[in-house]
Design a protein around this ligand. Sequence first.
Ligand SMILES: Cc1ncc(COP(=O)(O)O)c(C=O)c1O
Length: 436
Amino acid sequence: MRRRADAVPRGVYLGTPVYVERAEGTVIEDVDGNCFIDLAGGIGCLNIGHRPPAVVEAIRSQADRYMHTCFQVLPYESYVRLAERLNQLVPGNFPKKTFLVNSGAEAVENAVKIARAYTRRPAIIAFEDAFHGRTMMTLSLTSKTHPYKEGFEPFPGDVYRIPYAYCYRCSYSLKYPDCEVYCAKHLEDTFKRVVAAESVAAVIAEPVLGEGGFVNPPPEFFKIIVDICHRHGILFIADEVQTGFGRTGALFACERYGIEPDLLAAAKSLGGGLPIGAVTGRAEVMDAPGPGGLGGTFGGNPVCCEAALAVLDTFDRNDLFALANQLGDRFQQCARKWQAQWPQIGDVRGLGAMQAMEFVKSRESREPAADEVKQIIQHCYEHGLIVLSAGTYGNVIRLLMPLNIEDNQFEEALSVLESAIASVLGAGRELALHGA
Ligand SMILES: Cc1ncc(COP(=O)(O)O)c(C=O)c1O
């Protein structure tokens, strides 16, 4: 830790002071021989766990042949095969093309470039509480100010922000379903009061907020947004960097909402632990930038392509979506019980295995309880469980377990989480009723 402080800038966040020795499946062993159940998955990159054997084998065998040529200099077949697979798998009953990159932010950056090249319009509409990455354009799209944006201004312009369907903290103080999803319909009003529809290239959204707190909008929300977009010749970009590859109980969360995005950005769990991202979209849209307009030295590296193909094979061979939904149901069962016990658990929500709890000081005030969340997470790692916070207010605990986590490991994780909550919040309902 001392050497880290001397060698690495303080801006690089430190989640847990645990140095990793090895990892397998859901378990991490540290350099001192301690074992941890990992419900963070390197921030959602390990939907099929650490070192899935098929992925390790694919990486080894590719490393034995060649590791880098740059696809634009000397192409290789695995890039094309991965593009073909993603074109088939991404929702949308139309011809598609795929461009491969290194990360989620790079996928989002390129989705924006492609949308602008196709529409010849400048503006992008993003949502409150969105997270799209840390490069300058993606920071412009990202909502949370501290610590992501503060001090790094100015950002690229022509980005406009509208409220997300965050029902627990509705920006319009309305209640679903009586609201009739006003927040989605309000997009039309944005074209009159904020930015002309004719100037908008794309609306970008995470189908479920990731860093923003695992907020899953009501079922109609995205259909309304996509319809409005298409009425005005605006593209809809789905940022599935965190929701992708089975996390929500379908390969892509767009399927859960019954929508077909014009462009979809993917990364994280696509690589099974290696860095790779993708933009997949309507063929005519993807072809808008001219030859040489898209590229990058390492994008779609052959080792990463083989890893991603092995990840997709794993989804083909196993019903991981059913497992995701079972995990989600089991968590909801526990978390609802905890919510009855601890009034500080204001909201329990999620889609498939993308599950979270939002902590508040009291149910009435809904004041975020970020310190309590920090303490719960600390208690967890001191007791062998790695979990992550989320949310604009840092008061959400989110779960990103492998979809193939073993039952006994998940039960153990839930029981550590329960004792962490009890240790920080006290015995629960009775104490709370007595004002403790
Ligand atoms: C929804 C979403 N988009 C984009 C990104 C950025 O991805 P990366 O960190 O790979 O650049 C993230 C990362 O957490 C994300 O959750």
